[in-house]
Design a protein around this ligand. Sequence first.
Ligand code: GTP
Ligand code: MG
Length: 265
Amino acid sequence: MLAQAQWYPGHMARTRRQIRESLSLIDILIEVVDARIAQSGRYPMLDEMVQGKKRFIALTRDDLANPATTNAFLRRFSERGQVAVALDARAPRAVAALARDVAKDAAGRKGIARSMIVGAPNSGKSSIVNALLRRAKAKTENRAGVTRGMQWFRLAPAVELLDTPGVLPPKIGTPAARWKLAMCGALPHNRFDPREVAEAFHRWLLLHDGNRDVPDLATFAVQRGFLGKGAQPDLTNAARAYIRVFNEGAFGRISLEHPDDAEAA
Ligand SMILES: Nc1nc2c(ncn2[C@@H]2O[C@H](COP(=O)(O)OP(=O)(O)OP(=O)(O)O)[C@@H](O)[C@H]2O)c(=O)[nH]1
Ligand SMILES: [Mg+2]
């Protein structure tokens, strides 16, 4: 896998600094986490950042995650006294409960309530912003690093919301956390080898969820006609498609982490 310095882009360091600098303005933090990687997809520095603020955790990609695993994560958060909801971030109706929670908390404050949305790249932050606004005002796209700068939105006359670019910790804890983040689209495409990631995923699946009918990369390449020179499978392009197909849910609803796993990141 790639060395830390290669995958950790400078703009993320800048974003981390900007998030810290904005904290003094913020009353409410909305932490956005892909439900399929609800450990490595979290931002470890948030616990110290949250001091004195209200925090809501939004587990996105509920539609792609294993429902039993998502429920186990929700129970775990609730046992820790944290407010968490699972949702499909693209659906305004699904985000309504979160919108109500934020509005209720904001109503109990004097003056303008300022909220900030934070989370890993591609976790669904801007989608939540758009669903909360009920308008597509923030740019969204299925790759890491779409939101480039901080952007304020007015959610209600007395509620403001700050969308931020995705952040990852400067050091990703383990090789497993790295391939899981890559598999879920949280690492920029030029920062990992798709073959390594697809193969690591399939090895993991055989160990953890062996009854699923998910092809390995080589089989997938042949099935989908990814042929390179000399009729050899073109595994690099096949791996890119493999990761895309996983993120479209075609392999089924698969979560890569469970709250009973040892902390991954
Ligand atoms: N299936 C599914 N797709 C989602 C969900 N939430 C977001 N997406 C898609 O995931 C992609 C990334 O969403 P964004 O809202 O741009 O993510 P972001 O966290 O703002 O990403 P960056 O700005 O790059 O850090 C988009 O293609 C969304 O449509 C979800 O709950 N389920
Ligand atoms: Mg964004």
